[in-house]
Design a protein around this ligand. Sequence first.
Ligand SMILES: Cc1cc2nc3c(=O)[nH]c(=O)nc-3n(C[C@H](O)[C@H](O)[C@H](O)COP(=O)(O)OP(=O)(O)OC[C@H]3O[C@@H](n4cnc5c(N)ncnc54)[C@H](O)[C@@H]3O)c2cc1C
Length: 415
Amino acid sequence: MSSSYVIIGDGIAGSSAAETVREADPDASVTVITDEGEALYNRILIKEFAKGKLPAAPVSIHDPDWYAERDINLQLNTHVTTVDADAHEVHTHAGDVYEYDKLLVATGGTPTQLPVENANAEGIHHFWTFEDARAIKENAGRAEKGVVVGAGLLGIDLAAICGAQDVEAHYLMRGECWWRYALSKEGADIIHDALREKGVTPVFDSGVDHFETDDEGHVSAAVDPNGDRYEATFVGAAIGLDFNTEFLQDTDLVIENGIHTDEHMRTNVEDIYAAGDITQFHDVLLGERAQNGAWGSAKEQGSVAGQNMVADWDEPAETFEWVSSYSITHFDFPFLSFGHPTLGDNTVERKYSDTEWRRVAIKDGQVIGGVLIGDLAPQSALKQLARDQVDVRGQEELLLAESIDVDQFEAVEAE
Ligand SMILES: Cc1cc2nc3c(=O)[nH]c(=O)nc-3n(C[C@H](O)[C@H](O)[C@H](O)COP(=O)(O)OP(=O)(O)OC[C@H]3O[C@@H](n4cnc5c(N)ncnc54)[C@H](O)[C@@H]3O)c2cc1C
């Protein structure tokens, strides 16, 4: 009898798993369920669409025909409400039931709502879907003043959208710099200057206490905890993700800010796998549990999960071993973060010029991540050091050399 695979989520993790499963098991029944109204699109590109610089077409990756041609049953606009792990069943909002032999949960996250007064007002946007991007594009296109909240990788996309759409914006941040967990003030100042050049003013030691609205319920201003008021008819908020796990509450899955998996994307419940942003996976390079929020990582986890779903539960075929990357292309200089730049027990960093800076994060003597601004050339050497788990203790200066020679480290280690 042929196997039956059900995949919840048609983001890059779910879609890549479906493709992998289909290639490995041509006779299997494969179902992909998503609560979005459109098939896989490029989430990385929706910010360029919202800037008004990219037409919609290149953002789409698959149309429904792609699934039909591969005999994959795609269910759009279908929200999974419960999973019955004992019966091996998935239940949807429409009352449909899908039986599975193997199940993949690839449901990612939903932006966390700001817990402040009037946070639901018209004109306040969270950013995750193509639908969100369409609304952001439209509102930013007519707004003159804006506010952005959330000093991380998604917040800066919203700030860049304001810049591209000529919205005069204030970027309200906690603390004294953008992405303070991964950058020092010296590194972040490069970003702050670049934001100012785009007409976005960073405001430090700030945030949002509440929003004001006009008579129609549209946002008109943000007031920060210091009592300062910033007029805005466009607000972009990106303060984090809530992981989409409510439908798993009847299962015994271990869920703590995401679903626990091992390095083979297996959960603690037999025949259930998880992949993508939703996972708190065992990171073999880091030696502990970790979470990635990056496209390439989600794609690879989907592929690893797919390969293991067609194998026996007890004999996984593939291991997830990966140094992820996330780049920002909003400025005249490149920016890349890799691995886990906010973790570790030590960091080394250096500024090389007005637009060049580097920080490397180290844990137990091994490179585990970092941030490169301006010059990305060292990325392959740094990632290789991370992948090869090279002991860099006592050689940290070499990590900051203008060009990095991996062999130099290995030579020292071998002595
Ligand atoms: C604006 C933006 C810019 C980004 N830029 C970059 C970048 O430059 N570089 C980078 O590496 N990464 C970037 N990312 C992050 C990257 O897009 C994600 O890490 C990646 O898309 C995660 O893929 P996923 O498949 O795990 O989850 P998702 O893409 O979130 O897919 C999960 C899917 O599951 C669906 N779902 C959830 N619950 C249910 C349910 N109960 N029933 C049915 N369906 C459900 C969701 O609607 C969604 O379609 C960006 C993200 C955003 C939002």
